[in-house]
Design a protein around this ligand. Structure first.
Ligand code: UDP
Length: 160
């Protein structure tokens, strides 16, 4: 079955997560991948890329009126990012919890932002904020043939 034809709900729910340029520079990629793997989510897409200004402007289109918008686009294009797609039950909501709040000052210890950053404009990682944004962002960042459908041997130990 084509991954874009299957329903993006239940255990097939997907979200878009990206390690931002500061996260890559600070060698946090492995650690962030590890947290999602350990949680029990399935990796279905992964790539290192230098995001173009066009892609980033599209990605952050809803923030185009914000005073920090241009600054944000510059930050996000200042180096490579690691784009990933994670799949699993409630993955959109749980990934946001694992990331912490937008502002690291409001993020609890134990979250990625709570543990690894202090500045809202250097907050290490992105995660889609809803199922609808996840779908839009995945379609924006990944081609269809870059998302892999695979059987995970641990699945019966992650889901009853
Ligand atoms: N951001 C910023 N200054 C602000 C608010 C946000 O630089 O005052 C940046 C920050 O990197 C954030 C991104 O803009 O992650 C997108 O903001 P959004 O409100 O969508 O937060 P997110 O969904 O990333 O938590």
């Amino acid at each position: 079955a084509n991954i874009f034809q299957t329903a993006w709900t239940g255990v097939n729910e997907r979200t878009f997560v990206a390690v931002k340029p500061d996260g890559v520079q600070r060698r946090l990629v492995g650690l962030i991948l590890n947290r999602f793997e350990q949680k029990g989510f399935k990796l279905v897409g992964l790539k290192l890329m230098q995001a173009s200004e066009g892609l980033l402007k599209d990605h952050y289109i809803e923030l185009r009126e914000k005073p920090f918008y241009e600054h944000l686009i510059r930050y996000m294009s200042s180096g490579p990012v690691v784009a990933m797609v994670w799949q699993g039950f409630n993955v959109v909501k749980m990934a946001r919890k694992m990331l912490g709040e937008t502002n690291p000052a409001d993020s609890l210890p134990g979250t990625i932002r709570g543990d690894f950053c202090v500045d809202v404009s250097r907050n290490v990682v992105h995660g889609s904020d809803s199922i609808q944004s996840a779908r839009r962002e995945i379609l924006l960042w990944f081609r269809q043939d870059e998302l892999i459908c695979w059987d995970e041997s641990a699945e019966p130990w992650i889901y009853e």
